[in-house]
Design a binder for this molecule. Structure first.
Ligand SMILES: N[C@@H](CCC(=O)N[C@@H](CS)C(=O)NCC(=O)O)C(=O)O
Length: 214
């Protein structure tokens, strides 16, 4: 049985969404976004104490990009692009571009939500990170055009980057093209199912966190 260690609204949503695209049998193991992620028992699963973590095929994985590749290759080849496929390099590139987006989302989340006092925050970094995020999301939207990231159709790469768009709209205004692409993703039945399974929104409670003016 596949078990997904999951925190609502976090990067584990990617894997939740992918498992739904695959139609896999799985169990959600709820985790909390607090010090419990640093418990020795959880660190034995995920060495940096992060989610997602995935119990699968007798081992545990702790990087969402690796999980996405492994799940697609082993359970849903139509969501992957195998070695030798003309879209293989693009597939890997965009799948892992999800974490270029992820680093900006993590910085913005820390600044807007985790640092409690104003003197801990850097308005310069907050503005800069919002701009750097916007550049990434524009690149994704340009690549997707009127369809998905790869000409031959939806793949795990759309999930890795699509999560970035879904969350990124809380920190930067999406272009029309980015909003249209996100709308296509959100219409997918597996996305809708995953959203229903995600759990109550405990991290991001505002639809938008504007960059500071000062
Ligand atoms: N590159 C990793 C990043 C995982 C990650 O940082 N997850 C965040 C949630 S989105 C987390 O667990 N943060 C908890 C912490 O940093 O303590 C992946 O894509 O799986």
């Amino acid at each position: 049985m596949i078990r997904l260690h999951h925190v609502p609204q976090s990067r584990s949503f990617r894997i939740l969404w992918l498992l739904n695209e695959i139609g896999a049998d799985f169990t959600l193991v709820p985790q909390r976004f607090d010090k419990s992620l640093r418990d020795p028992a959880f660190l034995a699963i995920s060495p940096a104490g992060r989610v997602p973590a995935l119990d699968i095929d007798g081992r545990t994985m702790f990087e969402s990009g690796a999980m996405a590749e492994y799940l697609a290759e082993s359970r849903a080849p139509h969501l992957s692009r195998p070695i030798g496929h003309p879209e293989r390099a693009d597939y890997l590139e965009w799948l892992h571009f999800g974490e270029t987006i992820g680093q900006h989302l993590a910085n913005l989340t820390q600044h807007h939500l985790m640092l409690r006092d104003d003197h801990m925050r850097s308005p310069t970094v907050m503005r800069l990170e919002a701009k750097r995020l916007a550049i990434c999301l524009d690149a994704v939207a340009a690549q997707a055009g009127q369809g998905y990231l790869l000409a031959n159709g939806f793949s795990a790469a759309d999930i890795q980057c699509g999560y970035g768009l879904a969350l990124g709209q809380r920190f930067t205004l999406l272009s029309d093209a980015a909003r249209a692409y996100l709308a296509r993703l959100e219409q997918r039945a597996a996305f809708v199912r995953a959203l229903a399974q995600d759990g109550p929104p405990l991290i991001y409670t505002q639809p938008f966190y504007p960059p500071p003016n000062v």
